[in-house]
Ligand binder design. Structure first.
Ligand code: SF4
Ligand code: SF4
Length: 161
């Protein structure tokens, strides 16, 4: 089992990230769960041999569509696009809090531990029926923070699942 973020095979390397949007799966607990596999119609998340195992990803097949993000009960799936704009990346984050931010809004980008990293700009909010009460917020971040920002702070209370 991977012991840290850095050595996890579910994290695409810098070379893959430089090629365009790609999934980043920060699922490090061995729990009986596999909806990410079912959500991926590109075959990028392999069939689980063991339902308690960790996802295995073929990053060459991932097109960064983001379909897998809202199905993850652990909110452990993100899509990072380091090719978004000169000096800027986009991170797509599952966000189950209210109020939802709006496109164009400036919010705080937080680390995995909830520590403030930088100001980020919301460029899109996806909240369709398919998202099933797990909206996905796209935030524009300075590229050096693309692998740091994993949450945002807007304020409010959690949606109940
Ligand atoms: S982002 Fe799309 S293609 Fe990539 S793993 Fe998720 S569902 Fe599959
Ligand atoms: S759906 Fe989420 S928690 Fe479940 S195996 Fe996939 S990445 Fe892990």
């Amino acid at each position: 089992m991977a012991k840290s973020f850095e050595d996890s095979p579910t994290i695409p390397d810098a070379r893959r990230r430089a090629m365009g949007p790609v999934v980043v799966i920060e699922c490090f607990e061995e729990i009986p769960c596999d909806p990410c596999h079912d959500a991926c119609n590109q075959g990028a998340i392999e069939t689980f041999d063991d339902i308690n195992g960790l996802p295995k990803i073929d990053f060459t097949k991932c097109n960064g569509c983001g379909r897998c993000i809202p199905v993850c009960p652990g909110l452990a799936i993100f899509v990072v696009d380091e090719t978004w704009k000169e000096g800027l990346a986009v991170v797509r984050i599952p966000y189950e809090f209210l109020p939802l931010p709006e496109k164009g809004q400036q919010v705080k980008g937080l680390s995995r531990d909830g520590v403030e990293v930088c100001d980020v700009k919301v460029v899109k909010v996806e909240n369709t029926r398919r998202h099933d009460r797990t909206p996905v917020v796209w935030v524009e971040v300075p590229k050096p923070f693309a692998m740091e920002v994993r949450h945002i702070r807007v304020g409010g209370t959690s949606l109940e699942k």
